[in-house]
Design a protein around this ligand. Sequence first.
Ligand SMILES: *Cc1c(COP(=O)(O)O)cnc(C)c1O
Length: 428
Amino acid sequence: MMPKKNSPIWHPFTQHALQDEMTRVVRGDGAYLSTSDGRRILDAISSWWVVTHGHCHPRIVNAIQDQAAKLNQIIFAGYTHDPAEEVAALVLELAPPGLDHVFFSDSGSTSVEVALKMALGYWRHLGKQRTRIVVMQHSYHGDTIGAMSVGARSVFNAPYGPLLFDVISVPFPASGREQITLDALETACQKDSPAAFIVEPLILGAGGMLMYPAWVLKEMKRICEASGVLFIADEVMTGWGRTGTLFACQQANVTPDIACYSKGLTGGALPLAVTLCRSDIFDAHYSKDRARTFFHSSSYTANPIACAAAKANLEIWQDQQSHQRVASVARMQERAIEPFRTDPRFANVRRTGTVTALDLRTSEAGYLAKIGPELQAFFIERNLLLRPLGNTIYVMPPYCVTASDLDEIYGAIRDAADATAWRRNYVT
Ligand SMILES: *Cc1c(COP(=O)(O)O)cnc(C)c1O
């Protein structure tokens, strides 16, 4: 018999047999969290990549409070409201030019499902048999069945394998091997007449914070365009400043055919997502024929309170100051990671914009490497919220982080490498 759990709650990505004690958080303020036992924890991963300007940003809090007193929720088929209209207009203003329509949903995963359904609907309504999806090795696009299908097959989804649809996978463009990726993509686009290629621009997040340069992104878009393959940019993680520009695609001067934004869309305050598309995709569904309707909805589509939070966040991004803040975090991150580039205990020391990652050299790699939970436990002892992906430690702070906060974080990473507990695991 299993010992009794502390709580009836079943937590995400949590093996309760190994970790049943949860850190109980009572407040969030800027880059810090306060716990029920009086600790202050530095949130070095933006609470799983969602918090952008800091926890409980006053402008976003006020917007939520105001909207909550006015209109909480409204059916979104046949009805609309000001916060949604304003968010749609502002997102289109900030996104790469050429995106014209905005479809709301509630999470990154649903924004990806919507993107896939848009792509398949587009080809069907044009009368073309194009249903296959091309993906990149090591990708992560969410945990619903469609999103898992276009993501890497891994321990995350092994039990559900029989339910996942087949995709065509191109290799990750590792440094020096970019042409292999581009050739594979070109072959897939020409040979298999796929409906779409879906990719995380510049950084593959859950797949290990793997980074590739903007020129590869630009080439991939060019290849898709040449074969009429729809290019879906999953910017659920890379959006909202993480890569140094508001959206990663902007660094490659690329306008995707379909773009998914979520996580930081509300500044990390409430769940909300948008899937943007070019007008030809909307137009393929636009018809007096009701069978061509885009049949997708969730109960809380464009929830007014979430939209009010998003609107406040988008207004914050209209201030030049928030872009300067991103640039300054990117500079501070570079300074902080610099010494690790020559530290033999680490490999693949890397940075794109405000995100850094480095791999602790251990004999065991991969997500299930024991080192992952060991490191996590080490960091929480230091009051740091860091959640390594196996032996890959990454830092993705909210933009209110200070240089001394970063000193704290990287000092702990150095100490983690010094600690003896896992030295026996080093590759020599
Ligand atoms: C987190 C993530 C998702 C899924 O978003 P959820 O809101 O967790 O459903 C999809 N794509 C990428 C690139 C992500 O990082």
